[in-house]
Design a protein around this ligand. Structure first.
Ligand code: URP
Ligand code: ZN
Ligand code: ZN
Length: 460
């Protein structure tokens, strides 16, 4: 199979030029002006933008969580991602406390093997760090290509580890060439505030928000940053939402420390006023919660300052009937919202189209930095000779409206219902195959491959 993409405006994290791209098999073979090469298919991309396939490094597919499972399977989730221009995702394995990491890996492999449409990888969430777990880290890095280890400073009693475990894990991960990811909020403070609000009979979704004030995230982000400084372990803060937390990272840069920061599309464009909609606010119950307009401004600025390197989704969808588990108690609402399909278009529309970020920055935070930070560059995350032919052809002018009626995620509402978006994904290639064309998915489940990742380089 060979494809010639003609006359597209190719955007990478550093370049912006009009040229042709020739792909053969799974790979980009040539890039140049007026390429005279025979191809099985020719795609006219004149007037279109051509991006590398998006990489969403924070998704939860078919994940057991809060007494239920997130509603997108590996098939529906990776297919929806492709519709939205994301060709690869990184999902989270959750260790069961008291069990080895290997058992969790086998369980996650059973659900995902041969079921993905798009490419994928795993982070391993370590929820119980002990002498047995310690011995498993090197095996995962060297034999499984799983080089990032997630920790939770929150979800007390379920997923949270304490600082003693955190330090031990950091030392081991550093030795093995990996990276620590963290959900950085103060679990004890949040646990206290949840109990307080429940005790006072304050049970609506608004109290989910009020139980996780900005200070809980700022404090934990600073503590995590200090611990990575002390151990020298590369660190990555997932779903950072607010000014206080970003200031903790900013302070760390004063001692020449590098901590990677991910925010998510929802924190850039939605705010906490949505929790005032009574129980409908449950659609946006996620942790950390949505914040304030001033935090959105801080995050956009953080992207431009290079303090925020990645825009992900934390896609963790639950159908409305699942959200209703918390009808009478905010603490029982499954945490998470659907966005895997919407990230690339929303970030383009709200970011590039509205002049908040440049086209190069867009590709950097949505495609290139995730590939670099998580050990897949230059195979993934760019358009270059020798890279995987993961390519998005994008119409920058097409206007459309987001809706649950037309999305492909397995969830019966949209967190962005009625949003008017400028820019649309038209054609997507995944490893040289046309995945999305004319609003149809042409790939079957099983095409998506598990991508083994390399050890981590702390400098990107
Ligand atoms: O609300 C969220 N974020 N749900 C998924 C789990 C997590 O904390 O990332
Ligand atoms: Zn989290
Ligand atoms: Zn998450």
């Amino acid at each position: 199979m060979s494809i010639l993409i003609k006359n597209g405006r190719i955007i990478t994290a550093t370049d912006d030029y009009v040229a042709d791209i020739f792909t053969e098999g799974e790979t980009v073979r040539a890039i140049g002006k007026n390429l005279k090469l025979e191809a099985g298919r020719v795609i006219d991309a004149a007037g279109k933008l051509v991006f590398p396939g998006g990489i969403d490094p924070h998704v939860h597919l078919e994940m057991p969580f809060m007494g239920t499972y997130s509603s997108d399977s590996y098939e529906t989730g990776t297919r929806a991602a492709l519709f939205g221009g994301t060709t690869m995702v990184i999902d989270f394995i959750l260790q069961k406390q008291g069990s080895p990491l290997r058992s969790a890996l086998e369980e996650w492999k059973k659900r995902s093997n041969n079921n993905c449409v798009g490419d994928y990888s795993f982070h391993m969430a370590v929820t119980d760090f002990n002498d047995i777990t310690k011995k498993e880290i090197r095996d995962l890095v060297e034999n499984e290509g799983i080089t990032s280890f997630k920790t939770f400073m929150a979800y007390k009693g379920a997923l949270m580890i304490d600082d003693r475990q955190m330090i031990g894990l950091m030392e081991e991960v550093k030795k093995c060439g990996g990276l620590i990811n963290v959900h950085a909020t103060n679990g004890d403070m949040i646990d206290y505030l949840i109990a307080k609000h429940r005790g006072e009979g304050k049970l609506s979704p608004l109290y989910h928000y009020l139980s996780q004030p900005e200070i809980t995230e700022a404090e934990a982000s600073e503590r995590f940053t200090d611990m990575t400084f002390y151990t020298g372990c590369p660190g990555y803060i997932v779903h950072l939402t607010c000014e206080g937390a970003l200031n903790a990272v900013r302070n760390a840069t004063r001692r020449n420390q590098k901590v990677f920061v991910e925010t998510c599309i929802q924190y850039l464009i939605l705010d906490a006023s949505l929790y005032e909609k009574d129980f409908e606010g449950a659609k946006w119950v996620m942790s950390p919660p949505l914040r304030e307009k001033k935090d959105q401004a801080t995050l956009w600025a953080g992207i431009n300052q290079g303090l925020v390197q990645v825009v992900a989704t934390d896609h963790c969808p639950f159908k409305w009937e699942q959200k209703l588990l918390g009808k009478n108690d905010f603490a029982k609402i499954p945490n998470g919202h659907p966005a895997i399909e919407n990230r690339m278009e929303l970030l383009y529309s709200e970011g590039v189209s509205k002049g908040r970020i440049t086209l190069n920055k867009y590709v950097e935070v949505a495609c290139t930095n995730p590939a670099k930070i998580f050990g897949m560059f230059p195979r993934k995350g760019t358009i270059a000779v020798g890279s995987d032919a993961d390519i998005v052809i994008f119409d920058p002018d097409e206007q459309h409206t987001l809706s649950a009626k037309t999305h492909h995620m397995n969830v019966d509402y949209s967190g962005y219902e009625g949003w008017e978006v400028t820019g649309k994904v038209k054609t997507v290639l995944l490893r040289g195959q046309v995945a999305i064309d004319d609003n149809k998915c042409l790939l079957k489940k099983g095409y998506g491959q598990f991508i083994k990742r390399n050890k981590v380089d702390n400098k990107i």
